[in-house]
Design a protein around this ligand. Structure first.
Ligand code: AMP
Length: 139
């Protein structure tokens, strides 16, 4: 497998070298808003330690990320009054992965409402207000 690249964009977010809208963190994981949200409240959960994806992640990294993913799924469901939550995770380019630091997508879903198409920049004010709702749901 290709080696982990410490210059990937999520590694830069972890080091604070580029901005992100953080909603939750603990010793092992970080949750922040996706800048191209496919539903309102779309966020990403990552481990703070390096791994490309599920294929090279340790059991400890996976356990920590899954615990935070569940916490965030419950938070977005409450924050947006969602009917369900979609969790997505992609491995290597052929598997649909674009950023090579393990991440789980958490997307609140409403009955009958499709996800928006990928690749469209979100409105940063809207993303900030969605983040605030999620933080409030966590408290
Ligand atoms: P994938 O690797 O296919 O799971 O896709 C990477 C995801 O990261 C996409 O949903 C992008 O919108 C998102 N993304 C890329 N750059 C950033 C960034 N700087 N901040 C937040 N999300 C990002």
């Amino acid at each position: 497998m290709t080696a982990y690249d410490p210059e990937n964009i999520f590694a830069k977010i972890l080091r604070g070298e580029i901005p992100s809208t953080r909603v939750y963190e603990d010793d092992d994981t970080l949750a922040f808003m996706d800048i191209m949200p496919r539903t309102d409240g779309h966020l990403l959960v990552i481990p703070k330690t390096p791994c490309r994806n599920l294929l090279d992640a340790s059991p400890e990294q996976l356990a920590a990320v899954m615990a935070t993913t569940k916490k965030m799924a419950l938070a977005v469901k409450a924050a947006f009054g969602a009917d369900g939550v979609t969790i997505q995770q992609f491995n290597e380019a052929a598997g649909g992965q674009e950023v090579f630091h393990l991440h789980f997508h958490v997307l609140p879903r409403h009955e009958g409402m499709p996800m928006r198409p990928p690749g469209n920049m979100g409105d940063m004010d809207a993303i900030a207000s969605h983040a605030e709702k999620i933080r409030a749901a966590l408290n």
